[in-house]
Write a protein that binds this ligand. Structure first.
Ligand SMILES: [Zn+2]
Ligand SMILES: [Zn+2]
Length: 149
């Protein structure tokens, strides 16, 4: 299975070096709602070394997070779809906008964070781990590993 994805207009394409779709989580925080223009973002945490462009050139947008870290967004310079970002607080990790994966229809989120900002019509299953704000790192890693499910 080839794990690939790309932007809305098709100018930028990427590949993830993995045998299967990466585990994803949903973030319902206000920043994610604003940035996606939607109810939540669906994201995958992978090693930065696993992701590479296969066509096009990513535009880079850098911003400071509320905690003072530097976030570096890779997006399509033409249609401005956000594809992934890195963060100086988590070196070596890439956060992929999982909706840009070609096989996004097969993703099943393993965790939900910032559910205190969740839109009320979204119902998260009782067996899916969720946290009102950010999850403690150790618990989050276990949740994404699927060992709770
Ligand atoms: Zn594009
Ligand atoms: Zn968020």
């Amino acid at each position: 299975m080839r794990i690939e994805g790309g932007c809305r207009c098709g100018a930028v394409r990427y590949r993830i070096d993995s045998a299967e779709l990466p585990p994803v989580y949903c973030c319902h925080c206000q920043v994610c709602q604003t940035w996606s223009g939607s109810a939540f973002t669906q994201q995958a945490l992978i090693s930065e070394s696993q992701i590479a462009l296969t066509s096009g050139v990513a535009a880079i947008y850098e911003n400071m997070t509320s905690s003072g870290a530097r976030s570096k967004q890779h997006l399509c310079g033409t249609c401005h779809t956000r594809l992934w970002n890195t963060n100086s607080a988590r070196p070596g990790i890439a956060v992929v906008r999982a909706g840009t994966l070609d096989d996004a229809e097969h993703l099943v989120p393993r965790a939900h964070i910032w559910t205190k900002r969740k839109q009320p019509w979204i119902v998260v299953g009782d067996n899916v781990p969720q946290w009102p704000e950010n999850a403690p790192t150790a618990d989050f890693v276990v949740a994404l590993s699927g060992k709770l499910a």
